[in-house]
Design a protein around this ligand. Structure first.
Ligand SMILES: [Zn+2]
Length: 240
C-alpha cells in the first residue's frame, strides 16, 4: 500500500511572527522553519512571553542572573537562525495569565508586525506519552495567541487603541499531536541545532543531548512528510 505523505509548505510567507512562552521555545519548536523562511526573504519576528527566571534546578542560581543569561542565550540563538533579537513581554515564568492584559499585548504586537503566519504552541496538546505533559505557560500562551488572532486582532472594536485591525491568514501550532503540514528544514538543521544549543543554561551536558534530540525529532517528522528532515505543525486557516 502506498504511503500517504503529509503536505509540505513550499510557499515562503512575506512576514512571520512566532509567539512562544519561554526563551528557548521558539528555537526548539520552529527554529528550522524560521531560518528557512528568513533565508528566502521572509521578514521573521519572534516574541517571547516569559523571561525564563525559574528555568533551573539549581537553587544557587539567582532568578535575576538567570534572566540575564537567558536573554543573552535567546539573542545568540536568534543570530544563529539569521534573525533579529526577540521581542519580549518579560513575564516571570509561571505567572503568565490568559487574561485581557495578555490578549491586548498580543493583539498590539500582531497588529504592529502584521504577519501572514503566526506560530505558537498547540494548547490542546497536553499529554505526550507517559513522560511529559505540556507546560502550563505553553498552554496559556497558546490559547491566548489563538484568542488574540481570532477574532480580536481582526476586528477593529477589540482594543481599538492597539492599532489598526489585521487578519492573520494562517496559524501554525507546534508541539502538536495532530500535525497537518510540514516545513523542510534539511538545509538549516545545523543552525537549528546551534540555536537550541545556545540555551546552555538549560543543559547539563553542554547541549549534546539536545543536538541529538533535535535531529531525531526532525528525522521523525521528515518521515511523515517524505523529507529528510522536517518540522510539523497543525495548521489553522483563519483568513476565511
Ligand atoms: Zn517552554
Amino acid at each position: 500500500m502506498a504511503t500517504v505523505l503529509g503536505e509540505v509548505l513550499g510557499e515562503v510567507p512575506g512576514c512571520v511572527l512566532a509567539i512562544y512562552a519561554h526563551p528557548d521555545d521558539a528555537d526548539v519548536a520552529c527554529g528550522g522553519a524560521l531560518a528557512y523562511w528568513a533565508d528566502r526573504g521572509a521578514e521573521v519576528h519572534v516574541l517571547l512571553c516569559t523571561d525564563g527566571d525559574k528555568g533551573t534546578t539549581d537553587p544557587a542560581v539567582a532568578p535575576a542572573e538567570l534572566v540575564r543569561v537567558r536573554s543573552e542565550e535567546s539573542t545568540r540563538a536568534a543570530g544563529a537562525l539569521g534573525l533579529h533579537p526577540p521581542d519580549r513581554l518579560r513575564y516571570p515564568d509561571g505567572e503568565v495569565c490568559e487574561d485581557d492584559v495578555l490578549r491586548k499585548k498580543l493583539v498590539e504586537r500582531i497588529r504592529r508586525v502584521r504577519p501572514d503566519i503566526v506560530l505558537t504552541h498547540d494548547p490542546t496538546a497536553v499529554f505526550f506519552g507517559e513522560d511529559y505533559f505540556n507546560h502550563r505557560d505553553h498552554r496559556v500562551v497558546g490559547f491566548a495567541v489563538l484568542d488574540a488572532l481570532s477574532p480580536a486582532s481582526a476586528l477593529p472594536h477589540y482594543y481599538p487603541e492597539a492599532g489598526p485591525a489585521h487578519q492573520v491568514g494562517t496559524a501554525l501550532l507546534s508541539g502538536t499531536l495532530e500535525p497537518t503540514v510540514w516545513v523542510d528544514v534539511t538545509a538549516v538543521i545545523d543552525r537549528k541545532v546551534e540555536a537550541v544549543s545556545s540555551h546552555a543554561s538549560q543543559f547539563t551536558d553542554g547541549g549534546a543531548w539536545a543536538a541529538r534530540a533535535v535531529r531525531l525529532r526532525a528525522e521523525e517528522e521528515g518521515r511523515r512528510a517524505g523529507l529528510e528532515l522536517a518540522e510539523g505543525f497543525r495548521r489553522l486557516r483563519l483568513g476565511g
